[in-house]
Design a protein around this ligand. Structure first.
Ligand code: GH3
Ligand code: MG
Ligand code: MG
Length: 415
């Protein structure tokens, strides 16, 4: 099969135009994705470069070679700038035009006028630099869990290497009989075809990255508590229910902890809401440090948290709860130079039962928490059968709330 290089150029021009417009269209739909705008323009700039190069022979070489290459470098520089913008780094206007300016200056050097191979090597070097810089920018942001980032890094790196090999390859392979100069090289066709494939796959990957980033941010906003950075109620309930399901076939001893900060309203009143927020962050820190990475922790709302400890026997669960309580009391003794002395009460429920009924476990932990508050706060209570049997009725609950308020008022007036 032979591919006519002129047809290939024409196809590439159309493809660049379509991809550029598609990316700009995607950006118009979500203008926060500024990187996509850069990538869209990169395609359109490359389109103009390829169009000029395709007119080689019918327009002055100054335009079809020198200006065309300068535009090509700017296109790759725009893709690199897009990668910087994507990860929140600033635009570097000087480095963006460095390749093009360097090239236009080099073209003026009489020494290089008759050295087509050297000039081609310089072209390959500049393009490879921008492509590898793009791969490097994506690699620098690898801590963000975007799956599509990795194929993008590999593709840009491989394509840069291919570009660097381009000149030796063109020089090594024979030019076809009755050829029209550089267009006669078999490698010119192969590399142009490869460049076409790259342009399609890169547009796809760049768009996939932008889309994945948007989805990740939406998911995070829906699932993570913005103040403490841990799971919110919805996320905790979903993950805990999922864990429960996973353990139906393979039952594990599990504990659920319901944790509530003591007299938190009074802390807000005495030290201000900002310091109150700091105390919530300190609690999250204490809870994280006292549990394993595999345990679930979530903020159910306000100053109420929950934890689910899988594969933990009853004694160990009590030990963990005590550790959370003690380390928080220690860490929150003094906050920002103020003697806050915050504490928590914890209600704990433990089960060996195969199927976890999460709402039931939380209800039992809530009973235990209620007892912990009643028995003086800053303590851990484990749900027992008595508590479950002696669960308050609606009337009891109303009475209990009254008692709780009375206790609180007494505590506040004492404070
Ligand atoms: P108890 O020991 O009985 O739990 O008393 P408490 O004061 O902790 O409980 P209460 O439910 O009366 O008060 C909870 C307070 O938590 C009231 C609310 O203003 C405060 N709060 C809820 N969410 C936040 C938050 O995000 N930041 C801050 N700083 N305060 C919050
Ligand atoms: Mg409280
Ligand atoms: Mg509360």
């Amino acid at each position: 099969m032979t591919l006519d290089i002129h047809t290939l150029f024409l196809v590439t021009t159309y493809v660049e135009a379509i991809l550029g417009l598609l990316l700009l269209f995607a950006w118009a739909q979500n203008m926060a994705l500024r990187a996509v705008c850069w990538w869209g323009f990169a395609h359109l700039i490359r389109l103009s470069s390829i169009a000029l190069f395709g007119m080689y022979g019918s327009i002055p070489d100054l335009v079809s070679i020198d200006v065309s290459n300068a535009l090509l470098f700017t296109a790759y520089a725009a893709t690199w700038t897009g990668a910087r913008v994507f990860d929140g780094r600033p635009v570097e206007p000087v480095y963006m035009v460095t390749g093009a300016v360097l090239w236009l200056l080099i073209c003026r050097l009489p020494v290089l006028a008759d050295h087509a191979n050297t000039r081609a090597l310089i072209v390959a070097g500049i393009i490879t630099s921008y492509i590898w810089l793009t791969a490097y920018e994506f690699w620098r942001g690898r801590s963000e869990p975007l799956v599509s980032r990795w194929p993008a890094i590999i593709m840009f790196f491989a394509h840069g290497a291919l570009f660097l090999l381009r000149t030796p390859m063109i020089a090594l392979l024979p030019v076809a009989a009755n050829s029209d100069g550089v267009f006669g090289s078999v490698w010119m066709t192969v590399l142009s075809f490869e460049a076409l494939l790259l342009t399609i796959s890169s547009a796809f990957l760049l768009l996939a990255m932008a889309k994945e980033r948007t989805e990740l941010r939406h998911r995070t906003a829906a699932m993570v508590d913005p103040l403490t950075g841990i799971a919110n109620r919805r996320s905790f309930m979903q993950d805990a229910a999922l864990m429960g399901k996973q353990h139906i076939a393979d039952p594990r001893p599990t504990a659920v902890l319901l944790i509530d900060l003591d007299h938190f309203k009074s802390i807000n009143d005495r030290f201000g809401h900002t310091l109150g927020d700091r105390v919530l962050e300190i609690f999250t820190d204490a809870a994280r440090k006292s549990t394993r990475g595999s345990d679930l922790i979530g903020r159910l709302g306000g100053e109420e948290f929950a934890a689910m400890l899988i594969d933990t026997n009853r004694d160990k669960a009590v030990e963990v709860a005590e550790r959370i309580r003690e380390s928080f009391a220690q860490m929150a003794q003094e906050v920002d130079g103020r003697a806050v002395c915050a504490t928590v009460s914890i209600g704990l429920v433990h089960t060996e039962a195969p199927a976890l009924d999460l709402p039931e476990l939380l209800a039992q932990a809530d009973q235990a928490l209620y007892c912990a508050k009643e028995r003086g706060r800053n303590r851990v209570e484990v749900a027992s059968l008595d508590m479950i049997v002696a669960r308050p009725t609606a009337a009891d609950a109303a009475a209990a709330i009254g008692a709780k308020t009375a206790t609180k008022s007494a505590a506040q007036s004492a404070a």
